[in-house]
Write a protein that binds this ligand. Structure first.
Ligand SMILES: *[C@@H]1O[C@H](CO)[C@@H](O)[C@H](O)[C@H]1NC(C)=O
Ligand SMILES: *[C@@H]1O[C@H](CO)[C@@H](O)[C@H](O)[C@H]1NC(C)=O
Ligand SMILES: *[C@@H]1O[C@H](CO)[C@@H](O)[C@H](O)[C@H]1NC(C)=O
Ligand SMILES: *[C@@H]1O[C@H](CO)[C@@H](O)[C@H](O)[C@H]1NC(C)=O
Ligand SMILES: *[C@@H]1O[C@H](CO)[C@@H](O)[C@H](O)[C@H]1NC(C)=O
Ligand SMILES: *[C@@H]1O[C@H](CO)[C@@H](O)[C@H](O)[C@H]1NC(C)=O
Ligand SMILES: [Ca+2]
Length: 388
C-alpha cells in the first residue's frame, strides 16, 4: 500500500514537472499573436425549442461561420440529444445501465473526451490552419457577384445558409421522433407536444398558450392536406422564419393573446406601450436605456408608431395590424445573420469600403471564429508572464 502511493506521488510529480517545463520552454510553436487565443466548441444545447421557451431571448446560438466547426458542434449536439432522448424515452434502459456503472457521472466521460479531442484539433495550428480555412471558404462566400470582394450582403447570405442548415438538421432529428409511421409526414394525431407543454398548467404561461396546439399545427400546414412535410414542420417549429402568411398571422394572434391583459381580444395603446413598444425599440436601437428616460419622451414616438399600425384607426391593434412588426417581436435567423455580419464588418473591414478582401479576412481571422473565441484568456497575461 505504502509503496504504491509513493510511486504514484513520484509519477505525479514527474508529470507535473514535465508540464511546467513544457509551458516555459516550448513557446515557439505557438504563434506570438495568437498565444492566448483558444477556439472553443460551444455547447449550449437546449432541449426546449428556443422560440417557445422565450421568444425574446438573446440569441446565443448563431451558427458557426466555418462549416467544419459547425460539423463538430453538430456531431456533439447529436450525441447529447441521443443521450437525452434515450433517457426520456427508455428510462428502463437508463436505470439498468446505471446499476452496472459504479461511479456517478462515469457515462458522460467518453463524450467529454471526444469534445476535448475536437477542441485540441481546432487549436492545433498545423492541423487547423485558420489562414488556409479562409482561403478555402472565400470563393464560396464571394458568389454574388464573383468579384474578389465579400460584400455585406454576401456575408449575410453565408451566415444565413449556415444557420438554416443547422435549424433544418434539428428539425430532421425531431421529425424522426414525431413521424411515428415513418411516411415522411407528421399528422396532428402523431404529433405529441413536448412534455413540458402538457405539464404546464393553463394560466402560468402567458406565452406558449397556443403553441403546439391544433391551431398552430393547422397554420403551419401551408397546403392544408392535414400533414406536415419537413418544410412545414420546420416552419411549425420556427414560425418567425416562415414565409407562410397563414403561420405569420397565427403568430400575430398569439402575440395579441399574450399582450392583451384586459382580455378583450385586441391590444390597446396601454397594452402596446407596456410591452410591445420596448421590444420594437430595443430591436431598432440596441443599447438604449429605458430606465432614465421620462415617460413623455417615450410616449410620443410610441403614439406615433401605434397610429401608423392602427390602419383602421379604431384605437386597437388587431392581429393583421401587427404583421408589419412581427419580425421585430420574433427576430428571425436573417436578423441574427445580419447582426453577426455587422459585427464582423466593423472589426475586419480595415479600409472601411464596406466589403472584405481575402487579405482583410486573413488579417483578422478570429473575428470570423468569434463565436468560439475565448477572450477571457487575455486576463491571464500577468500569470503567464511569471512563467517565462
Ligand atoms: C519564449 O518566448 C520568448 C519571447 O516571448 C523568447 O524570448 C524565448 O526565447 C522563448 N523561449 C523558447 C524556448 O523558445
Ligand atoms: C498556415 O498556412 C499558411 C499558408 O499556407 C502558412 O503560411 C502558415 O505558416 C500556416 N501556419 C501554421 C501555423 O502552420
Ligand atoms: C386547461 O384548460 C382546458 C380547457 O380550456 C382544460 O380542459 C384543461 O384541463 C386545462 N389543463 C390544465 C392542466 O389545467
Ligand atoms: C384543423 O384542421 C382540421 C382539418 O384539416 C379541422 O378538422 C380542425 O377543426 C382544425 N382545427 C383548428 C383548431 O382549427
Ligand atoms: C412541403 O409542402 C409545401 C406545400 O405546403 C411545399 O411548398 C414544399 O415544397 C414541400 N416540401 C418538400 C420538401 O417537399
Ligand atoms: C441613460 O440615459 C440617461 C438620461 O437620458 C443618461 O444620462 C445616461 O448616461 C444613459 N445611460 C447609458 C448607459 O447610456
Ligand atoms: Ca402539408
Amino acid at each position: 500500500m505504502g509503496k504504491a502511493s509513493v510511486i504514484i506521488y513520484i509519477t505525479l510529480a514527474v508529470l507535473f514537472l514535465l508540464l511546467i517545463s513544457r509551458s516555459t520552454t516550448n513557446n515557439k510553436s505557438h504563434g506570438q499573436r495568437h498565444r492566448h487565443r483558444r477556439l472553443k466548441i460551444r455547447s449550449n444545447f437546449n432541449f426546449t425549442p428556443p422560440a417557445a421557451a422565450d421568444p425574446h431571448r438573446v440569441h446565443d446560438h448563431a451558427a458557426a461561420f466555418d462549416p467544419l466547426v459547425a460539423d463538430i458542434e453538430r456531431r456533439r449536439e447529436d450525441k447529447q440529444w441521443e443521450h437525452h432522448y434515450f433517457q426520456t424515452h427508455h428510462p428502463e434502459f437508463h436505470s439498468e445501465s446505471t446499476q452496472s456503472i459504479p461511479a456517478p457521472g462515469h457515462e458522460s466521460q467518453p463524450e467529454w473526451e471526444d469534445f476535448m479531442d475536437a477542441e485540441d484539433y481546432l487549436n492545433d495550428e498545423e492541423k487547423f490552419n485558420v489562414t488556409n480555412r479562409l482561403v478555402l471558404l472565400f470563393p464560396k462566400i464571394d458568389v454574388d457577384p464573383v468579384d474578389g470582394y465579400v460584400s455585406e450582403t454576401e456575408l449575410i447570405q453565408w451566415h444565413l445558409q449556415q444557420s438554416q442548415k443547422e435549424v433544418l438538421h434539428r428539425t430532421e432529428r425531431d421529425m424522426e421522433v414525431h413521424d411515428k409511421n415513418k411516411d415522411g409526414f407528421v399528422s396532428f394525431a402523431e404529433y405529441e407536444p413536448p412534455s413540458w407543454v402538457k405539464n404546464s398548467d393553463n394560466d402560468s404561461f402567458g406565452y406558449n398558450m397556443g403553441w403546439w396546439k391544433e391551431e398552430h399545427f393547422n397554420a403551419s400546414d401551408a397546403d392544408g392536406d392535414g400533414l406536415l412535410n419537413i418544410t412545414e414542420f420546420n416552419d411549425f417549429l420556427h414560425p418567425a422564419d416562415t414565409n407562410n402568411p397563414k403561420l405569420l398571422q397565427w403568430l400575430c394572434k398569439e402575440e395579441i393573446r399574450e399582450r392583451d391583459s384586459d382580455k378583450d381580444g385586441k391590444v390597446n395603446f396601454k397594452e402596446f406601450f407596456h410591452g410591445l413598444f420596448d421590444l420594437v425599440r430595443d430591436y431598432d436601437e440596441e443599447g438604449h436605456n429605458t430606465t432614465h428616460e421620462s415617460d413623455d419622451a417615450v410616449e410620443a414616438p410610441a403614439k406615433k408608431l401605434f397610429s401608423q399600425l392602427d390602419k383602421d384607426s379604431d384605437g386597437y391593434l388587431s392581429d393583421v395590424e401587427l404583421l408589419p412588426i412581427i419580425g421585430k417581436l420574433h427576430p428571425s435567423e436573417h436578423h441574427y445573420a445580419k447582426q453577426q455580419t455587422e459585427y464582423i464588418m466593423q472589426q475586419a473591414d480595415t479600409d472601411k469600403d464596406g466589403r472584405l478582401t481575402l487579405a482583410e479576412m486573413i488579417e483578422s481571422p478570429y473575428v470570423f471564429y468569434g463565436a468560439v473565441f475565448d477572450e477571457d484568456e487575455d486576463d491571464d497575461y500577468g500569470y503567464h508572464d511569471e512563467f517565462r
